[in-house]
Design a protein around this ligand. Structure first.
Ligand code: ZN
Length: 69
């Protein structure tokens, strides 16, 4: 079995690293380790939505609190 690898530039630190052709990784192993503690770029974009959602949530809590009285 032949293992094909590509030389890639890490999106995180800019260093060269080899990746498995099928893997599709964009970060070197060091950055992958680091990024495990951080949200992925996709979830980072979604972070803006929960912030907006807090407004209706507060209203819902206020409405629930008002309705309880
Ligand atoms: Zn890196």
């Amino acid at each position: 079995m032949e293992l094909r690898v590509q030389l890639k530039i890490c999106e995180g630190c800019g260093s060269l690293f080899y990746r498995a052709e099928a893997g599709g990784a964009i970060y070197c192993h060091g950055c992958e380790e680091k990024l495990r503690d951080f949200p992925a770029p996709e979830s980072r974009k979604k972070r803006g939505r929960p912030a907006r959602k807090t407004i209706p949530k507060i209203w819902a809590v206020a409405a629930a609190a008002g309705g309880a009285r």
